[in-house]
Design a protein around this ligand. Structure first.
Ligand SMILES: N[C@@H](CCC(=O)N[C@@H](CS)C(=O)NCC(=O)O)C(=O)O
Length: 218
């Protein structure tokens, strides 16, 4: 209970979202960027609809524990972590306002379209009714990213971390021609902190596969 604990599932199937995209990665990545020590603990994937509702009322992951303070929603967790480190959010009020604004924009103006669009796309909908809305939002963001390298404060912040995580979904990257957005995602996901966070998540689920295979065999 003394430090930071990030909670995720003990295992996830290969699929949607694929491994490497489970949202605990956002919190891992932020901790890595900020040099914050953390441990990762898990709740069972099986029975997730009911087995941790006291910690996450929608049965989802991630959630966060900071010395007994409990926080769910990846965006809330990121903003909590951002208050701990200038590597994630600058101390000045203008920089903080910009960071908050773009963090919320990633969730509420881009992800609120991209997730349902993605879901309909992978469900095989012949005519995805969200395509026009999706194209408009990503086009507007492309104009922003064509004009600058970072969303807030003139340097990397947690807003970039979150926006890049929203945009890096393969179907989103493949949707239309948006060279500035593609360069942005490539640059952000080439950061050592991202690569470590993603490798650690993949390693956790690979170990869970091995344990399940051992249990099935034995
Ligand atoms: N708005 C939530 C969404 C969390 C979310 O969708 N988590 C996925 C894993 S990436 C999940 O738990 N899915 C299982 C489910 O919804 O039952 C957040 O950002 O924390």
């Amino acid at each position: 209970m003394g430090g930071l604990t990030l909670w995720t599932y003990d295992w996830v199937p290969e699929g949607a979202p694929p491994r490497g995209f489970v949202r605990d990665l956002r919190l891992r990545w932020a901790c890595e960027e900020a040099g914050l020590a953390y441990e990762v603990r898990t709740v069972p994937f099986e029975g997730r609809a009911t087995n941790h509702l006291a910690r996450q009322p929608f049965g989802q992951v991630p959630f966060l524990d900071d010395a007994g303070l409990q926080i769910f929603e990846s965006g809330a967790g990121l903003l909590h972590l951002a208050r701990k480190s200038e590597a994630l959010m600058p101390p000045d009020s203008t920089g903080q306002a910009e960071t908050l604004q773009w963090t919320i924009a990633a969730l509420n103006s881009i992800e609120m379209v991209s997730v349902p669009w993605w879901f309909l796309t992978i469900s095989g909908a012949a005519d995805n009714p969200l395509t026009g809305w999706m194209g408009q939002r990503l086009g507007q963001l492309e104009e922003v990213l064509a004009a600058r390298d970072w969303l807030a404060a003139g340097h990397f912040t947690v807003a970039d971390l979150l926006m890049a995580d929203v945009l890096r979904v393969p179907q989103v990257r493949a949707f239309g021609e948006r060279p500035a957005s593609e360069a942005y995602v490539a640059r952000l996901t080439d950061r050592p902190a991202f690569r470590k966070a993603q490798a650690d998540q993949m390693r956790l689920f690979a170990a869970a596969d091995a344990a399940r295979a051992g249990n099935a065999a034995g």
